[in-house]
Design a protein around this ligand. Structure first.
Ligand SMILES: Nc1ncnc2c1ncn2[C@@H]1O[C@H](COP(=O)(O)OP(=O)(O)OP(=O)(O)O)[C@@H](O)[C@H]1O
Ligand SMILES: [Mg+2]
Length: 273
């Protein structure tokens, strides 16, 4: 039985998705027939080696693919709407930030150095919702508190924040319009191990407090174990295996998964995050 069978209603369905990039030298089949679902309140982990197509899936769902890409087939349905079929305007108005949001791969660079943190979060809110700056600033303070940063630190500039705090602020910004799906692409890369654990704890906590669904992308399988209900392993543009963390770590069925697990001896010894 599918490990997701008891998770209830699917929120996002990706069906037979194929995406390529064209370069001077070649056509790269970055995503080559990928099907999966993310359920309400579920954390879905996408792991796999560099270049296996993880970010391309994220960019497709966020409709942020670059100009040299093309979608060759498949559907991406979010709460009943095929989001690859609708126009950019409709996607921007109804989906981006509001229902599907992201913590990008280079989250640390997502803050502008010259503006105070609260103002950046407030501007993200006013851009997407018809709110007055004063209300958005007050909401920015609440959002900072939600991610464990005292309100008054919103007066700081990004350089006054530690790496972990910047990452929390970017998460706060991503949650500004109450999205139901958060796509986090390598959100802890570049953070030290302790800060990384704190950010993961925060995401886990937000997921249960807000009923958020997550797509969490990483090369590091050990990160996914304590966070995700389901883990998918990507290899050369395909999902080669999908399972709950318990069954994946106990009994990997694909040789690539077994190889990946063998490179993380800690996982096999069993631990909790
Ligand atoms: N803008 C682009 N132009 C050309 N090729 C690209 C582009 N973006 C990605 N690719 C290629 O598409 C494939 C999939 O890349 P993608 O970034 O989705 O992988 P990934 O699994 O996210 O890797 P990483 O773990 O390194 O972030 C790779 O071969 C990559 O080189
Ligand atoms: Mg990537």
């Amino acid at each position: 039985m599918s490990p997701q069978a008891e998770l209830g209603e699917a929120m996002l369905n990706v069906d037979s998705l194929r995406v390529h990039y064209t370069t001077d030298r070649a056509v790269i089949r970055a995503v080559d027939g990928v099907t999966f679902a993310v359920h309400r309140g579920e954390a879905y982990g996408l792991a796999g080696e560099s270049g296996s197509g993880k970010s391309t899936i994220a960019q497709t769902v966020l409709r942020l693919l670059p100009a040299n890409s093309g979608i060759d087939g498949g559907e991406v349905t979010f709460e009943g709407t095929d989001i690859l079929e609708i126009g950019e305007e409709e996607y921007r108005k109804k989906f981006r930030w509001r229902r599907i949001s992201t913590v990008p791969q280079a989250a640390m660079n997502a803050l502008t150095p010259v503006y105070r943190i609260s103002r950046q979060i407030a501007e993200a809110i006013t851009t997407h919702e018809q709110t007055r700056l004063k209300d958005s600033l007050s909401r920015a303070g609440d959002l900072l508190e939600m991610v464990g940063i005292p309100k008054d630190r919103g007066q700081d500039f990004p350089h006054q924040f530690s790496g972990g705090m910047k990452q929390r602020a970017v998460i706060a910004m991503a949650l500004a319009c109450n999205p139901s799906l958060l796509i986090a692409d390598e959100p802890t890369t570049g953070l030290d191990v302790i800060t990384q654990a704190e950010v993961l704890r925060l995401l886990k906590d937000l997921k249960s407090r807000l009923g958020l669904s997550l797509i969490f992308i990483t090369h590091d399988l050990s990160i996914l174990a304590g966070l995700c209900e389901t883990i998918a392993i990507m290899y050369q543009g395909k999902i080669v295996e999908q399972a709950s963390p318990e069954s994946l770590f106990r009994d990997p069925t694909h040789p690539y998964t077994a190889k990946l697990l063998a490179s993380y001896p800690d996982i096999e010894n069993g631990r909790e995050t």
